[in-house]
Structure formats: C-alpha cells, structure tokens
Ligand binder design. Structure first.
Ligand SMILES: *Cc1c(COP(=O)(O)O)cnc(C)c1O
Ligand code: SF4
Length: 454
C-alpha cells in the first residue's frame, strides 16, 4: 500500500520510531522515576492529562542531567511541569487524578482547559491552506511567496514532545490532524501550478520519524525536470537532537544518507533545519556524528530554535550552541520568540529580554555564527524581527521589521512600536509616534483580512 493512501493511519509501523517511547503510562517504570520527588511525580501525572508528554530513552539517559532536576534545561524541555497550568486548573485536575475520576470526566475538564490555551495561533488553520481549483490541500501551507510547507501524514508525531511546542493541540488530539497530506500528488499538482515557489519545507511534527522509504516517496518526485523551479528542499526536524541515531545507527540510516546524496546530485540545495534548543543536545558523540554524516552527503545543517524561559533564556547557552554548531558546520539560522499558545505564561520571555539575550549571545560569536537572525516572532502578518530598542525624538521605541511577510512587499521595512517592558508578543505592541495602525494593517485588497493584532 502506498504510504499516502488515505486509509493508512499515521501511526502505522511504517512511521513508528524504533524504540519504546516514554509516556504517562510507563514513565513510572523508568529507573529515573525514583529520582523525582513526590510533587514532581504528581505534576507529571496531572499536567500530562492536559498537555502532551512523551520522551525517549536517549533523552532520558543521555541528555537530562538528573542531578539538576527539576531545573535541568533538558528536563524542562521534555517533562511537563506544575507551573504550566494555572493554580486553579492544576488543583482541579489534581483532585480528579487523586480521586481516580472516570476517564470521560478527566477528558472533559482537560479539553476545557486546552481550549483556553489558544490552541491555534497565527491563523495557521484558516489562512495558510492553499487551494487548487477551489479544493483545499490540507497537507500544505503556503504563506510566504517562495516556500511551500508540506506536512506528511506519517510525520505528525515526534521522537519526544517539547513542552513548549505550538503544535501541542495536534498531539493531544484537539485537532483532527488537519495538516495531513492525503496524497503526494497534492504537493506536485500545487508546485506545477506555482512556478514562483523555489523551496519546499517538509515539516511536522517531525518528518524524520518516518522511515526512509516514506521520506523518499515525498522527495524523489521533486527531482524530476518538471520541478526544476524547486531549487531547495528543507527538512525541519528535531531528530538531530532527540534521536540522532536516525542518521547513524537506525536500520535505514544509510538509505537516508543515500537519498540526501541523490537530492544533492540532482543539483538541489538540501538543508536539514535542525531544531536545537540547547548546547547539551550537541554534547553527545552520536549527535555530532549525525551532523558529520548529514554534511558528508553534501546537505547542509542549519540550526533554529525558540527562546524559552527555563530552557535557554541564557545568552551563554546560545553562544555556546552557535559556536558548537559552526565548529561542526551547522549554520545558525533563526532564534524565535516563543509563540502565544499553550503554557505560554510558563515559558514566555519579554521581548526586550529576548532582544538582550540575542544581542549578548551575538556579541560573543564571530561573523561565521552571525548568520543567525532573531529574535523573530512568527505572527499573523509574518516573521517580525526585533531589531532593538532605541530612543527617537524623545520616545522609547522597539525597532522592528518583517523578515517574511504575508505580502512580500512588507519585508525589510523598518517600523516602530512603543516600548513596553512587559510585552511578549506582537499583539501587545502599540504603534509608536501616535500612529493608529502598523503599516501592514493598511493591507492591500488581497490581504485585507482583519489582522489578528487586537
Ligand atoms: C518560517 C517560515 C517559512 C520559511 O521562511 P524562511 O525565512 O525562508 O526560512 C515558510 N513558511 C512559514 C509559514 C514559515 O513560518
Ligand atoms: S519536535 Fe518540534 S513539532 Fe515536535 S514537539 Fe518539539 S517543537 Fe513540537
């Protein structure tokens, strides 16, 4: 059966990782459980009823420093914490868990909490889905002119779940996986009709939970002459950090590298967009070997990550990560601002602080690591970069610009917002100098959807 057959479920063994995942149902049996104090254990049992929890033996055994738990960044990155729910929500759910309440009741309360956590930020479900002949293509997104995103149906899970992830709603089943590509032909039909597109970005979840055979089925057709306009193929993945064995010792690791070589031989730029949150993720031999092996195929590795309180709100961690990356040949690419969804209150860093951390890290690295851009908010109008804080005509302002725009003409125009030391997302900013609106809110007709800035 073709991996794209609509009847094949995303959880087929075809896409399943090759180890036993650690989840709420078996975390009690891991050797590390005994190292957690009762309050931390309860937090896992309670919060994982609401937010997704999943990790794996490599993260447990090699990345988390159990002597530093609960403050350890890798623990914060993958284990749910009490502070991710409001006190009232936590108390309510904890009571249900203690009382061994019926599953249906727990689920009902969990869903009510989830709906209050802005499960669908930045209009992704409604505004970015492309169409052909009026038919929506739910496995694709096309927001910026040059780049089409593909969400392969079998790549909608991950080797471990990041606690801050903006796709959390999908992992708890709040979405009926609307992103899934039903057919590889959707992508091809769309690209045939859109010669302006140069980049395909395969994303997830994590597309690298798929076996090579499935990855190949999406990529190989793009190497034919009719897709000459597709010059770059990117794979957005956390596997380089959570399961680098994917490129080193998994049974089809070598097959994957052969596929990468074919893409490069076809004259395309292949970039593995590695999601690295913390330098610890590049501290193991297998993680470095993964980068070396990917690069040996002629593919590039680039590094991107959001800035997250409790995990990497530390300039030195970023500088170390970028320097380590450059040493291995991985190119620093983006620092993102954590999105306005899920347990945002737990993770958020004020924009001014994000800029300070970025600047302090940037000042520590040579020009070879200054390929990185940030901090950037992936907001409704586009990727908004915080260039810094300045005083103009006696008014303290944020200097901003769009690195990507829903309208390409918005890109790289400096604009200004009133300084606000508390603001942590674009919708909390007001235009500076007494203006009523940001320039992109006077949108041209085709983009004239009321922007989500209220
Ligand atoms: C970030 C992003 C891209 C890629 O943008 P680049 O600046 O080319 O890396 C494409 N589509 C969406 C929706 C994005 O958020
Ligand atoms: S690996 Fe990526 S998609 Fe998966 S949980 Fe982490 S941030 Fe989200």
């Amino acid at each position: 059966m073709s991996p794209f057959d609509a009847s094949s479920s995303p959880s087929t063994t075809e896409g399943a990782p090759r180890y036993r995942a650690v989840t709420r149902s078996n975390v009690h049996k891991t050797p590390q459980w005994s190292k957690l104090d009762p309050q931390m254990r309860e937090a896992i049992d309670v919060v994982s009823q609401v937010l997704p929890f999943r990790t794996n033996p490599y993260v447990m055994n090699e990345l988390i420093d159990w002597d530093r738990v609960p403050d350890d960044p890798m623990y914060q990155l993958t284990f749910v914490q009490q502070g991710m729910l409001s006190d009232a929500d936590y108390a309510k759910m904890a009571q249900l868990v203690r009382d061994d309440a019926p599953k249906s009741e727990i689920k009902q309360v969990a869903n009510a909490i989830r709906r209050r956590l802005n499960p669908h930020p930045a209009g992704q479900m409604t505004h970015n889905v492309p169409h052909i002949d009026g038919r929506p293509l739910p496995g694709l997104q096309h927001k910026y002119d040059q780049t089409v995103l593909l969400f392969p149906s079998q790549g909608q899970t991950c080797h471990a779940y990041c606690t801050f992830c903006f796709r959390w709603a999908q992992f708890v089943g709040l979405d009926d996986l609307k992103f899934q590509a039903q057919e590889t032909t959707d992508l091809q039909d769309y690209l045939r009709a859109h010669k302006e597109v140069s980049d395909v970005l395969i994303t997830g979840g994590d597309p690298m939970v798929m076996k090579t055979k499935a990855v190949r089925a999406y990529i190989e057709p793009l190497l034919s002459p009719e897709f000459e306009h597709i010059t770059s193929i990117r794979i957005g993945t956390k596997s380089v950090a959570y399961w680098p064995q994917r490129y080193v010792s998994d049974p089809d690791a070598d097959d994957l590298l052969r596929l990468f070589e074919e893409v490069v031989a076809a004259g395309k730029h292949l970039a593995v967009m590695g999601h690295y949150n913390h330098p610890r993720e590049l501290s193991t031999e297998v993680s470095r070997e993964a980068v070396r092996r990917i690069r040996s195929t002629g593919a590039n590795v680039r590094m991107q990550s959001p800035l997250i309180r409790h995990v990497n709100d530390d300039a030195d961690a970023w500088a170390t990560l970028w320097k380590e990356g450059v040493k291995l040949g991985a190119i620093p690419y983006y620092m993102f601002v954590e999105r306005d969804t899920g347990p945002k209150a737990y993770f958020e860093v004020p924009l001014v602080r994000a800029w300070e951390i970025f600047r302090d890290a940037y000042q520590q690295v040579s020009g070879l690591a200054r390929t990185v851009r940030g901090p950037s908010m992936s907001a409704f109008p586009g990727k908004v970069l915080i260039d810094g804080v300045a005083e103009v005509g006696g008014e303290k302002v944020f200097c901003l610009q769009l690195l990507q725009g829903r309208d390409g003409d918005w890109v790289r125009r400096p604009f200004f917002a009133r300084f606000d030391p508390e603001a942590s997302w674009l919708n909390q900013l007001q235009p500076a100098f007494g203006e009523e609106r940001f320039f992109f809110e006077d949108a041209p007709p085709q983009a004239k959807i009321r922007l989500n800035l209220a």
